[in-house]
Design a protein around this ligand. Structure first.
Ligand code: PLP
Length: 404
C-alpha cells in the first residue's frame, strides 16, 4: 500500500469566518481525534536538559508552563486571531484581565488615556480608579462626539479606549473617526468589542489597533466559563503584553480555553439567530404603552443607527429599554418574567435581563450613571436562543404585570 502525502486544507487565512471559527487553529494529536483534545496540565517535560534550555530561550518549539502557553490556549488564540483578522491573540482568565493587561502593556507612569464615558462598570473603575495609582491620568468623553475626543488629547495621550455598542445603553461610537484622531495623537485605540462580537464588527479593519473581549459572553455563550482575549499585531501581543501576562499570571485555564474554542464553532449561528429575535423583541417593546424608550442600534430611532449600519454587519442581541413607571416598574417587570432569567451576564443561549443601575453599574455615582443614561428605569435584555414566540409571550405577560 502506498501512503499518499498528508492532505492539505490550504491557508486558513483565506477561509471565510464560519470556516475559521470551526477549524481555525485545530492541532490534532497522534490519535487523529475529531474534536480538540484537552491538555489539562500545568507543566511540560523535556527529553533532555538541552531541549528544556531551548524551549526557554525560544530556540526549540514547544510549551514550558501553562501560565505561559498551552496547546488549548494556542488553539483558541489562533482561532480568535483568524476570526478577528489580527496577526496574533492572547487569551486571559477573564474579560477584565484582557482589558487591564492591554492597558498596562501600553501605558507608563505619566501617560494619559482618553476613554468613552459609557463603559462597563469595571472598565470604568480600571481607568478612573486603578490606573491613577500608577501615575496614569484619564479624560472621559462623550464617545459619540469626535470633537470631544479631539479636545481631550494631550501630548502624553498613549491610549484611547471605547466600547461600541456600549454596555448597557448600546450607545454607538464611530470607530473610523476615533481611530483617525488616535492615530494623529500617536495613541493606540483599544476597542472592547463584546456587544458586537467578531461576527458583526471588525474593529481592526475600521482602524483600531487592539480588540479586547470578555469571552465569558457570546464566545462561550452557554454560561460555563470566564475568559478573555486580546487581538492585535504580532508586535503588540509578543511585546510587553507577553511579559505582563507571563509574569503577573492572568492565565486562562486550558479547560476554559477548550470550552471557548468549542464556543467559537457555533458563535456565528448563535449570534445571528439571537440578533434576529432581538430585532423582533425591540419592535414589540417599542410598541408597548408602558415603555418610555427602546435602545436598539438596528432601529432607525436609535441615535447611532446610521453609524452602526456603516460599521456593523448585524446589530447585537442586546436591547436596553426604559420603563415609564421608573424603578418600581422595572423591578416589577423583572420579577414577572417567567422564562427570561434575572442575571447580569449576557450573550448566553438563555435570555437574561438585568437592572444595570443596581447591578453592573452600581459602583458608579448616581451623577456618573445619569451622564451615560443608566437611569433607574432602565433594563438591559440579552436575547437568547429560545423560540421568539415564547420570549414575546414572556415579555407581554411581564409588561402586563408591570403596567405596560
Ligand atoms: C463590555 C464588557 N467588557 C468587559 C467585561 C468584563 O468581562 P469578564 O466578566 O469576563 O471579566 C464585561 C462583562 O460584563 C463587559 O460587558
Amino acid at each position: 500500500m502506498t501512503i499518499p502525502p498528508p492532505r492539505s486544507p490550504g491557508d486558513p487565512a483565506t477561509w471565510r469566518p464560519a470556516t475559521q471559527a470551526v477549524r481555525g487553529g485545530l492541532e490534532r494529536g497522534p490519535h487523529g481525534e475529531t474534536s480538540e483534545a484537552i491538555f489539562l496540565n500545568s507543566g511540560f517535560t523535556y527529553d533532555s536538559a538541552e531541549i528544556a534550555e531551548g524551549r526557554f530561550t525560544g530556540d526549540a518549539p514547544g510549551h514550558v508552563y501553562s501560565r505561559y502557553s498551552n496547546p488549548n490556549l494556542s488553539m483558541f488564540e489562533t482561532r480568535m486571531a483568524l476570526l478577528e483578522g489580527s496577526e496574533a491573540a492572547r487569551a486571559t482568565g477573564s474579560g477584565m484581565a484582557a482589558v487591564t493587561a492591554s492597558l498596562l502593556a501600553l501605558l507608563r507612569a505619566g501617560d494619559h488615556v482618553v476613554a468613552a464615558r459609557a463603559l462597563f462598570g469595571s472598565c470604568r473603575w480600571v481607568i478612573e480608579h486603578f490606573l491613577p495609582r500608577f501615575g496614569v491620568e484619564s479624560t472621559l468623553v462623550d464617545g459619540a462626539d469626535p470633537r470631544a475626543w479631539e479636545m481631550a488629547v494631550r501630548k502624553n495621550s498613549r491610549a484611547f479606549f471605547l466600547e461600541t455598542p456600549a454596555n448597557p445603553t448600546l450607545a454607538i461610537v464611530d470607530i473610523p473617526a476615533i481611530a483617525k484622531i488616535a492615530r494623529a495623537a500617536g495613541a493606540k485605540l483599544i476597542v472592547d468589542n463584546v456587544f458586537a462580537t467578531p461576527i458583526f464588527q471588525k474593529p481592526l479593519l475600521l482602524g483600531a489597533d487592539i480588540v479586547v473581549y470578555s469571552a465569558t459572553k457570546h464566545i462561550d455563550g452557554q454560561g460555563r466559563v470566564l475568559g478573555g482575549v486580546i487581538c492585535g499585531s504580532q508586535q503588540f501581543i509578543d511585546g510587553d503584553l507577553k511579559d505582563i501576562c507571563r509574569h503577573t499570571g492572568p492565565a486562562l485555564s486550558p479547560f476554559s480555553a477548550w470550552i471557548l474554542a468549542k464556543g467559537l464553532e457555533t458563535l456565528d449561528l448563535r449570534v445571528r439567530r439571537q440578533s434576529e429575535t432581538a430585532a423582533l423583541l425591540a419592535d414589540l417593546l417599542a410598541d408597548a404603552p408602558g415603555i418610555a424608550r427602546v435602545f436598539y442600534p438596528g432601529r432607525t430611532d436609535h441615535p447611532g443607527h446610521a453609524i452602526a449600519r456603516a460599521q456593523m454587519s448585524g446589530f447585537s442581541n442586546l436591547i436596553a429599554f426604559r420603563m415609564k413607571g421608573g424603578k418600581a416598574a422595572a423591578f416589577a417587570f423583572l420579577n414577572a418574567l417567567g422564562i427570561v432569567d434575572i442575571s447580569n451576564n449576557l450573550g448566553d443561549s438563555r435570555s437574561l435581563a438585568t437592572h444595570p443601575a443596581t447591578t453592573t453599574h452600581r459602583n458608579m455615582s448616581p451623577g456618573a450613571r445619569a451622564e451615560i443614561g443608566v437611569s433607574e428605569d432602565l433594563i438591559r435584555l440579552s436575547v437568547g436562543l429560545e423560540d421568539p414566540a415564547d420570549l414575546a409571550a414572556d415579555m407581554n405577560a411581564a409588561l402586563g404585570v408591570a403596567g405596560g
